[in-house]
Design a binder for this molecule. Structure first.
Ligand SMILES: C[S@@+](CC[C@H](N)C(=O)[O-])C[C@H]1O[C@@H](n2cnc3c(N)ncnc32)[C@H](O)[C@@H]1O
Length: 311
């Protein structure tokens, strides 16, 4: 299968910090790969989380997000201490990312409190949940993504001496391929109930790849497992904002499952609970982001969902 990252585009998006770097990078830090293609989208989400962290009314704290961004800017041309303008895409997606992060934080931490000890963060990108959330010491978090994404992430963690309060295992792999073999080789136990996270990934997969991913998750889920995910539809508004940042971002969107989330999850054996973004933004006191506002024409919808496998 072709790896999207090897098709190096001419206009790969770069995510220079929209805030002046807060920490000087240690001069001896390990060189990290430059993230391109879909892997680079992890830094876009991180830029939004770094901004959310600075809000007085933030929905979650992520003090690590700025470190990941500063690292990407380390070899970028300097423009003094002036922050770069905020891309329109980040403004449009800010409340979706804030609400989804908080919602999924709550799902994972309540699963841990209820006794799940094994969590798998699929397509983890710069997800800092291993570091920023309180985990019972018996918890193991598996962080799964492309090798380059994990290498970038690891370089930042080493440079800043960031360690997790739980067991943490990185699993470099491609989620369109046989990743369960790599996960099991890394110590994952399919006999234990697992909490799975699929955040910010379904849109990047074709319908077939999304279905295969869910099938593999299900095949490796013991009774009592939980799955948490977000999903969104594309729209002219989002396509325009992605194109303004990089033409490549328009093509990275493959749409994910074509079925509605509830029947899709149910068909794979999960008991689904699906929330619309507008329901959750109301709950968390945020406006409905324009690309997902059903009041506006030509927009899409966004959802957050959980699935349970009966114990
Ligand atoms: C938008 S980011 C989301 C990252 C993270 N889940 C979050 O919400 O912060 C998408 C992530 O999916 C990863 N990804 C996309 N396609 C993948 C694949 N086929 N295999 C492994 N990782 C993939 C990218 O490397 C990137 O880290």
């Amino acid at each position: 299968m072709t790896n999207a990252r090897t098709n190096t585009p001419t206009n790969t998006p770069t995510y220079a910090p929209t805030h002046a770097p807060t920490h000087a990078m240690p001069s001896s830090h390990t060189p990290a790969p430059k993230l391109t293609g879909v892997a680079a989208t992890a830094l876009g989400v991180t830029a939004i989380r770094a901004r959310e962290h600075r809000r007085p009314d933030r929905l979650f704290a992520d003090p690590y997000a700025q470190h990941f961004l500063d690292f990407s800017a380390d070899d970028a041309p300097t423009t003094g201490t002036q922050p770069a303008p905020t891309p329109e895409l980040f403004t449009l997606m800010a409340d979706q990312v804030a609400v989804r992060t908080r919602f999924l934080d709550d799902v994972l931490t309540s699963a841990a409190r209820a006794g799940t000890t094994q969590m798998v963060l699929l397509a983890c990108g710069m997800d800092a949940r291993s570091f920023r959330l309180d985990w019972p010491p018996a918890t193991t978090l598996f962080e799964v993504d492309f090798a380059d994404t994990l290498a970038y992430r690891a370089a930042v963690l080493v440079a800043h001496g960031i360690t997790a309060g739980c067991r943490r295992t990185e699993v470099p792999t491609d989620l369109r391929e046989d990743w369960p073999t790599a996960l099991c080789a890394a110590g994952f136990d399919p006999g234990l109930p697992t909490t799975w996270l699929m955040e910010g990934i379904l849109y990047a997969l074709t319908p077939v790849a999304a279905d295969l991913l869910l099938g593999r998750v299900t095949a490796n889920s013991a009774p009592g497992s939980i799955l948490a995910l977000d999903h969104q539809e594309d729209s002219a508004l989002l396509r325009g904002a992605r194109r303004a940042l990089s033409e490549e971002l328009v093509d990275l969107w493959h749409g994910g499952p074509t079925e509605a989330l509830a029947p899709w999850l149910a068909r794979h054996g999960w008991q689904p609970e699906v929330h619309t973004l507008e329901e959750l933004t109301a709950q968390y006191g945020r406006p409905v982001p324009p690309p997902f506002d059903p009041q506006h024409p030509a927009t899409g919808r966004s959802w957050l969902a959980t699935g349970h496998l009966p114990a």
